[in-house]
Write a protein that binds this ligand. Structure first.
Ligand SMILES: [Zn+2]
Ligand SMILES: [Zn+2]
Length: 475
């Protein structure tokens, strides 16, 4: 509801001009006229984009390297897709989904994850008839109504890989490798946590034993876990409450309940991980929160996150999901999702140097109307050069303002066209570091830029050291 603010003085009478009182009213809140983001959601501003861009680029490269094709699915899906696919009694579906009825009475949900959507697409488009596995890559926003705490956003971003239609354990290992590679190529050190929860048969046997064990100790469990005992007992294992953590060491371990087939599959996966020399830990306590997982499951924890409080990604096999979502036959599948928000937070935390890809090399300045027109045309030509990037501010007339901006942008060279040079058919080229400027023939501008930038590179001074260490606000 919008509260009405009574204007306190004449200037605010129109209702359009904000007074200081409007901005900070008595309770210290913002003006009621200012609209801000929904709780748990945020803007990602231009100055922060280079981190996101770096992650997306690595994800795209990994997808291309391993032959995964991009798929975009809608953010809005039928509620039933997640109730059936992810599981009715999972935390995600029960408590965290943004679900609502639309004008036509259809029950819809903002996707809380993408695997169910990708599987829906696989079934809907009859991809069973293509050569298997069909390999998908996705990236985009997901939505969960979580408690807003640090690192948790209600709109968060994931990229992921899904391979549908293949049971071979080499696929599990390769997916595990792909997730690890994407972190590694960004400069984030992580340890793979790997486990198997077996097929539904193994899992049922194990679940029974687990319930038996925890029932005898139910008084010692946290409130949530006491509920989980009947709804989702496996989740007790990854509860982060201290009292529950203490109990898990003595709890029955899932690997002891695997049948021969599930055990063999898991051993093979481990064998491949050894062969690839990947840093992994057999962790019997990771269970993943979603119902569809079978056999191999895994998470990526950064090396300084011992308890996995902020897993950077994870995934697993989901051999039953295709059938569950209406596929004609049993279709084995495996996939993973990585959390961009947490990866970006980690990159900032460890002060990773991210080069700004859009960093300009050259600035074009002008004095006077005639010069402005001439360099506008020049800019359009130089803009197309692929080996360097140019910047300008043709909307500014003052040379000082333009040079200030050029300095701020940390360009190496600035071209300056004044009235005199305009008349002479020349242009000034200024070395921003040394401050030396020379007059060159206007028609040679492009060649001169190239020649000088090359010299910079040869001298190893192509990027001034401060450029990469620009501190950006961390909020
Ligand atoms: Zn089994
Ligand atoms: Zn608990």
């Amino acid at each position: 509801m919008v509260k009405k603010v009574t204007p306190k003085n004449n200037s605010a009478k129109s209702g359009l001009i904000k007074t200081e009182e409007d901005k900070i009213n008595k309770r210290g809140r913002r003006s009621t006229r200012e609209i801000v983001t929904v709780t748990g959601m945020r803007d990602i501003l231009p100055q922060d984009q280079r981190y996101w861009h770096a992650v997306k680029k690595v994800a795209e490269k990994i997808a291309a390297d391993y032959g995964y094709g991009l798929i975009d699915t809608p953010v809005l899906e039928p509620v039933d897709l997640f109730v059936r696919g992810v599981g009715k009694q999972t935390e995600v579906v029960e408590k965290e989904m943004f679900a609502f009825k639309d004008q036509a009475g259809d029950e819809l949900a903002l996707r809380p994850e993408a695997t169910a959507s990708v599987v829906r697409a696989y079934v809907q488009h009859g991809m069973l008839n293509q050569s298997q596995p069909v390999k998908f890559f996705y990236q985009g926003p997901m939505f969960r109504h979580e408690k807003p705490q640090s690192g948790r956003h209600r709109q968060f971003f994931q990229f992921g890989f899904e391979a549908i239609g293949e049971a071979n354990p080499a696929l599990d290992a390769q997916l595990i490798l792909m997730g690890w590679n994407s972190l590694n190529e960004l400069g984030i050190e992580s340890v793979i946590q790997v486990n198997s929860i077996g097929c539904p048969n193994c899992r049922d046997n194990y679940r029974k034993e687990l319930v038996k064990y925890y029932r005898s100790k139910s008084k010692l469990l946290c409130e949530n876990c006491r509920k989980r005992l009947t709804t989702n007992p496996l989740r007790i294992l990854d509860c982060k409450e201290e009292e529950c953590q203490k109990l898990k060491d003595e709890s029955p371990q899932v690997l002891d309940y695997l049948d021969d087939d599930c055990k063999k599959h898991f051993m093979k996966v481990i064998e491949y991980l050894d062969e690839l020399d990947l840093p992994y830990v057999l962790n019997p306590f990771i269970v993943r929160g979603l119902d569809y997982y079978t056999k191999t499951i895994f998470e990526y924890w950064s090396t300084d996150d011992q308890e996995g409080k902020n897993a950077l990604g994870g995934g697993g096999r989901y051999d039953g999901l295709v059938k569950l979502l209406g596929g004609r036959e049993e279709t084995p599948a495996c996939g993973l999702a990585m959390g961009l928000d947490r990866i970006v937070a980690k990159m900032r935390e460890i002060d990773l140097e991210i080069k700004d890809e859009f960093q300009p090399d050259v600035f074009i300045a002008q004095i006077g109307e005639a010069a402005k027109k001439k360099v506008m045309v020049l800019y359009e030509k130089l803009r197309q050069c692929e080996d360097f990037r140019v910047a300008q501010a043709f909307y500014k007339d003052s040379l000082k303002n333009q040079l200030d901006l050029a300095n701020k942008l940390k360009v190496k060279l600035t071209l300056i066209l004044g009235q005199k040079e305009f008349g002479d058919g020349t242009i000034l080229i200024r070395d921003m570091e040394g401050g030396i400027q020379e007059e060159i023939n206007f028609s040679r501008a492009e060649q001169e830029i190239r020649k000088r930038l090359l010299k910079y590179k040869e001298n190893g001074a192509n990027v001034p050291p401060e450029t990469n260490k620009l501190k950006i606000d961390n909020n």
